[in-house]
Design a protein around this ligand. Structure first.
Ligand SMILES: Nc1nc2c(ncn2[C@@H]2O[C@H](COP(=O)(O)OP(=O)(O)OP(=O)(O)O)[C@@H](O)[C@H]2O)c(=O)[nH]1
Ligand SMILES: [Mg+2]
Length: 187
């Protein structure tokens, strides 16, 4: 698997991935890290931000448009419309504020309601650079339990600041999307 800004190929499939979760957990900063491999602190998203990145999965190129939705409550009512037509989702919480995980069922409910119910969703526990090993273990156990209970495709702990663990969830979601499209014979 490799990722880049644009890969020229006749074998390109374009999909949408929605990025969701409470305000301030680091969604935009994670996307910036994925795009540039640098820590670029973000400002609160107003509405939605976009990032388009290509990912090679086997002999296919997956062109993913990430729709990075604002987490603040005042934008919530527009989210159902924005998340329609997604092929996958990344939902994020902040491991230094583990209570942010409690808001995720509502985001997941909206995503599933407005997409196919079997939409693959990957959980991200961000900001692990700010917590010690003990709290990291607690966050990992909570993420694992949450992921099972909510039938998610997987969970990852990561840090947009250090870059740790950021590539894997993106790669994993891309692979699942391609497998799902193959099974549905849409690629
Ligand atoms: N220490 C640390 N800070 C981070 C990390 N990721 C993001 N931040 C900081 O957390 C704050 C919020 O980050 P954003 O990326 O704006 O969060 P968001 O989830 O996009 O927030 P909304 O757009 O309001 O939904 C910023 O000050 C970032 O610099 C991280 O991994 N570690
Ligand atoms: Mg943001």
């Amino acid at each position: 698997m490799s990722k880049t800004k644009f890969i020229f190929s006749a074998n390109t499939l374009t999909v949408k991935v929605v990025v969701a979760g409470p305000g301030g957990v680091g969604k935009t900063t994670l996307l910036k890290r994925y795009e540039t491999n640098n820590f670029i602190p973000a400002v609160t998203t107003v509405g939605v931000n976009f990032l388009v990145m290509d990912q090679e999965v086997g002999d296919k190129v997956l062109r993913i448009a990430y729709w990075d939705y604002a987490g603040e409550d005042r934008f919530r009512s527009l989210f159902p419309g924005y998340c329609q037509g997604s092929s996958g989702a990344l939902v994020a919480f902040d491991t230094s504020r583990i209570q942010t995980m409690a808001e995720l069922p509502e985001w997941i409910r909206m995503i599933r309601q407005h997409n196919k119910p079997d939409l693959p969703i990957v959980l991200l526990g961000n900001k692990v650079d700010t917590i010690d090993d003990n709290r990291r273990n607690i966050a990992a156990q909570a993420a694992e339990r949450f992921s099972k209970e909510n039938n998610l495709a997987g969970y990852y702990l990561c840090s947009a600041k250090s870059g740790n663990g950021v590539e894997s969830p993106f790669a994993h979601l891309g692979i699942i999307i391609v497998e799902q499209k193959r099974r549905q014979s849409t690629m």
